[in-house]
Design a protein around this ligand. Sequence first.
Ligand SMILES: C[S@@+](CC[C@H](N)C(=O)[O-])C[C@H]1O[C@@H](n2cnc3c(N)ncnc32)[C@H](O)[C@@H]1O
Length: 293
Amino acid sequence: MAVETRHLTMSGSVLRFMNQDHLFPVYQFQSLLLATASELAATMIVAERGANIADLKAWEPCCGGGPAAVTLKHLGVGYVQATDISDESIAACRANAAANAVSLDRIAVADLLADSDQDRRYDLICCNPPCAPDVSSNSEPASLLTAVRGGDKGIELTLRLLDQVGPRLTPGGSLVFVAVSTSDIASLRQRLDEDFHGQWRTFPTTPVAAPYRSAEDEASRWLTDGTAAFEPIVWRRKDGWYWRLTWIVEVSNGRLSGTGSGFALCPYGLEVDRDRDLSLMISKFSSDGFWLR
Ligand SMILES: C[S@@+](CC[C@H](N)C(=O)[O-])C[C@H]1O[C@@H](n2cnc3c(N)ncnc32)[C@H](O)[C@@H]1O
């Protein structure tokens, strides 16, 4: 059965996204964070350039139901493209655009950034790539596995995205993408520092903490039993769930200059002090430099 997710945009409108059972749902703690960050990034680029929102070109690869693409077009971005490797996701994106009376400029099947439209450059590329490690159960529908599997460490597609993004951004343009603490954030950070030193940051409104999996679920065991190819960052709360963090990362093609980067593990101050497990986790990671510089 299709379930609706509503999104309050920066301009105060409500957008509606319909989610089919067998597809990745437009999800509050990833999709809508990305959509909001994309709106903020678009307005920042426009403000810095003294341009109009209608002058911008944006692209949501791995679009699924198209949360960022639909939101940006609704904001008034001039050219918006959405692509995905799955025909079913493309159909869902098309339906969501129509349901919100938004006309996307191009919707097409493409493998990540290897799109046939190779000459166009974008001011904003917004992506929620598959970012779960390959430990998820095979009993899920194939379309959901395609949506979540990001290789052994959950960052395979994100690293490919970083490889490919340079030539697709305009000068001063940005890539904004989703990163989760149940993927190999340490390796991702290393890669960002190596290839985009001083040109990346986590969005100041993130990380966001959210329940991830029930601790009772057998499929959650990999989170804590040491079998993962990296160290997932999760903590168990009294509600019986493992919680994790989601960041939005921005990589700029020249606009950011040495502003705060790094993956802050928790901006929630006092609340952390009261949560012993999380405090221990944070002190462990902060000694490894996992804080805003
Ligand atoms: C985590 S979902 C995100 C969907 C949507 N952007 C959102 O935030 O709700 C990942 C999406 O990436 C698509 N995908 C998986 N591998 C891909 C690839 N190699 N190239 C393009 N899209 C891919 C999946 O079909 C799925 O729709």
